[in-house]
Write a protein that binds this ligand. Structure first.
Ligand SMILES: Nc1ncnc2c1ncn2[C@@H]1O[C@H](COP(=O)(O)OP(=O)(O)O)[C@@H](O)[C@H]1O
Ligand SMILES: [Mg+2]
Length: 283
């Protein structure tokens, strides 16, 4: 378990009237190889949590272990070189396209590797690989990032992190604001990246994506981890206490149950399994 939260609390603006307890005594193990979804209502502490994994925020109490890096509330315990950690754990912020700034796409993507000491020529090569991987062909390399569509800009920003070759990729609401097709394409890409051995941790409000892609889901609620389980274990119950909605398939099945059709919800994960459950209910 290379990512471990031990009794982690985070307080914003402590000792002021604005004090806010954003994380409350979190104990959490995240598998560095898995495809993990992080869900919970707005303000539940998701972004605060992930910002602790790559050392952007320090715990007020407790510590986070990520590979061999220690991010502790105690300064003396903290690993000095945060750069090594940020090379292994790539974090893509929400709306990363706002951070594009170079005059060409390839230079923007190469910025990451350059920052980690890779010489210009090699960094551009890595940038090209990352762009091709994310589905932007050569015709994009020398364009200005500012002339691209929203979805394309998002891809350039994600390529900027991929070019660093992280072991774990953390994405804060990567599909927010994308149309459904672009969201699916983006998730398919992450699935491919995950298959190649890179762990994915993604924040989302879309439970359909959680059901389709995540192996594990962590539910945050008011600064605490309310649940950590497989999507199938989470869905099918009333999730309104977490301000979450079930995926469409579960909502449909639950409505049919209300109408008196006795459907088994166990293992429901796509249209095929729903069709099977409907057939079996008729027997
Ligand atoms: N820099 C900050 N200063 C003070 N409060 C903050 C800051 N950042 C976030 N918060 C508060 O902490 C809580 C958790 O925020 P956040 O981790 O961004 O939640 P989420 O990502 O789940 O929406 C929210 O109530 C938010 O208002
Ligand atoms: Mg957030």
């Amino acid at each position: 378990m290379p990512i471990k939260f031990i009794n982690v609390s985070h307080i914003y603006s402590p000792k002021t009237p604005m004090r806010f307890d954003a994380l409350k005594n979190i104990n959490l193990d995240l598998d560095e190889k898995k495809f993990t979804a992080l869900v919970g209502k707005t303000g539940s502490g998701k972004s605060t949590l992930i910002n602790h994994i790559n050392g952007l925020l320090h715990p007020t109490e407790g510590k986070v272990l990520a590979f061999d890096y220690v991010n502790s509330s105690n300064k003396k315990e903290r690993t000095k070189n945060v750069k090594d950690l940020r090379k292994r754990i790539g974090l893509v912020f929400q709306f990363p396209e706002y951070q594009l700034f170079e005059e060409t796409v390839e230079k923007d993507v190469a910025f990451g590797p350059r920052n980690f000491g890779i010489p210009q020529e090699e960094a551009i090569k890595q940038a090209h690989e990352a762009l091709l991987q994310i589905g932007l062909d050569e015709s994009f390399f020398t364009r200005s990032p500012f002339d691209l569509s929203g979805g394309e800009k998002r891809k350039v920003a994600i390529a900027g992190i991929l070019a660093i070759h992280p072991d774990v990729l953390i994405l804060d609401e990567p599909t927010a604001g994308l149309d459904p097709k672009a969201a699916e394409d983006t998730m398919e890409l992450f699935k491919e990246i995950n298959k190649s051995g890179v762990g994915i941790i993604f924040v989302t409000h879309d439970m359909n994506l959680v059901l389709e892609y995540a192996e594990e889901v962590v539910v945050m609620d008011e600064g605490e981890v309310a649940k950590q389980c497989s999507p199938e274990e989470l869905f099918g119950e009333d999730l309104s206490k977490y301000s979450l909605q079930n995926p469409d398939i579960y909502r449909f099945a639950l409505m049919m149950k209300e109408k008196g059709i006795d459907l088994k919800l166990d293992g429901l994960n796509d249209v095929n399994s729903l069709a099977k459950a409907i057939k079996e209910s008729k027997k």
